[in-house]
Design a protein around this ligand. Structure first.
Ligand code: ATP
Length: 283
C-alpha cells in the first residue's frame, strides 16, 4: 500500500466540567465528548524519509507546529523508525473552534501511518502516543461517545448517541484553548455540570433531558469576550433547538434538534447573521 485516505471527524462536548489545576499545569476535567460527522480528509503517501504537509486551509501552519507533523514525529520516535510521509489535509472543521480540528488530524495520522507502515500498534498504544500530542487526541482515536476524565485521556465508552441532528454556528474568530483555560477562575466557578446525570439520560436516549442537562464551565470565560455566544444560544432555542451549548473552549455553539424542518429554518436564520453555519449529526 502506497497511499491511504482517512476521515478525521470533529467532536463536540455535551458536558465539560473543569475540576482543578494539577501540579503539572494541566486541568483535570470531567467531560462527555461526542464525535460528529463534520470531517477533515487526510491523504497520506509514503516517501523514503522526511515530511511535507499541504492544505486548502491557509491559516494553519504547515511545519513542525502542525499537529499532523507532531504525530508523524512522535510515531517515528516511539517506533524507532526512519520513514517519511507526504500529507494532504483537506480542512472542513473550523480552526481553533472547540471542535478538535487539529487533534483529529493528529489522530488520523497516527492511525493511518500504523496501517501504511504495518506497525501493528494497538488502539491503546496509539492513544498513549496521542496523549503526548494533545489532550483531545486519545478521544479522536477512540471515537463515538465517551466520558473523558483526567486531562481527557481517561475514556469510558457511553452507549450509542448517534444520528442526532446538530447545527453548528461559528462566529469566525479563533479562540486558543490555552487562553480559555488560563482565564478560568476555578475558585469562583459559578456553575457546576452534573455529568453523572447527563450520562444517565444519554444512555436512556432521552434527547430532551440530554439537551436540558448539557453544560460547559468554559462558556462564561468566552462569553465575557464574545457576548454574541450567549445570543446565538438563545436564538437557537427560540428557533426550536432542544438545547444549545458552546463546544469545548469555543467559540463554536451547537444546537441539538429533534426535528429536521426546525433545524433547517434555524440554519437559514443563522446564515443571515453568522459566518459559518454547518449542519451535522452525531456519529
Ligand atoms: P480543541 O477543540 O481540542 O480545542 P481546536 O483545533 O478547535 O481543538 P486549538 O486546540 O486551539 O483548537 O488548536 C488550534 C490551533 O492549532 C490553531 O492555532 C492552529 O493553527 C493549530 N494547528 C496546528 N495543526 C493544526 C491542524 N492540523 N488543524 C487545525 N489546527 C492546527
Amino acid at each position: 500500500m502506497e497511499e491511504i485516505i482517512l476521515d478525521a471527524y470533529g467532536k463536540i462536548n455535551l458536558a465539560l466540567d473543569v475540576l482543578y489545576k494539577r501540579n503539572d499545569g494541566y486541568h483535570e476535567i470531567d467531560s462527555v465528548m461526542q464525535q460528529i460527522d463534520l470531517k477533515d480528509t487526510l491523504i497520506l503517501k509514503k516517501r523514503d524519509n522526511g515530511i511535507s504537509i499541504e492544505s486548502n486551509e491557509k491559516s494553519i501552519p504547515l511545519d513542525e507546529r502542525n499537529l499532523a507533523y507532531k504525530a508523524w514525529r512522535k510515531l517515528t520516535d516511539k517506533a524507532k523508525i526512519n520513514k517519511g510521509v507526504d500529507i494532504t489535509i483537506i480542512k472542513r472543521i473550523p480552526v481553533a473552534a472547540g471542535l478538535a480540528g487539529g487533534s483529529t488530524d493528529a489522530a488520523a495520522v497516527l492511525k493511518g501511518l500504523n496501517i501504511l507502515w504495518g506497525l501493528n500498534l494497538s488502539q491503546e498504544e496509539l492513544m498513549e502516543i496521542g496523549r503526548e500530542i494533545g489532550a483531545d487526541v486519545p478521544f479522536c482515536i477512540f471515537g463515538g461517545t465517551a466520558r473523558a476524565k483526567g486531562i481527557g485521556e481517561r475514556l469510558e465508552r457511553i452507549k450509542g448517541f448517534s444520528n442526532k441532528l446538530i447545527l453548528l454556528v461559528n462566529i469566525g474568530v479563533e479562540v486558543p484553548t490555552e487562553y480559555v483555560y488560563k482565564s478560568l477562575g476555578l475558585n469562583n466557578k459559578n456553575m457546576a455540570v452534573n455529568v453523572e446525570e447527563l450520562v444517565k439520560y444519554i444512555e436512556r436516549d432521552n434527547l430532551r433531558k440530554v439537551a436540558e442537562n448539557m453544560g460547559n464551565v468554559l462558556e462564561s470565560v468566552v462569553i465575557r469576550d464574545y457576548p454574541i455566544i450567549d445570543e446565538i444560544k438563545k436564538e437557537m432555542v427560540e428557533s426550536g433547538a432542544l438545547g444549545a451549548l458552546m463546544s469545548g473552549s469555543g467559540p463554536t455553539v451547537f444546537g441539538i434538534f429533534d426535528d429536521e424542518s426546525k433545524l433547517y429554518s434555524c440554519k437559514e436564520k443563522m446564515e443571515a447573521k453568522y459566518k459559518k453555519v454547518i449542519v451535522t449529526k452525531t456519529i
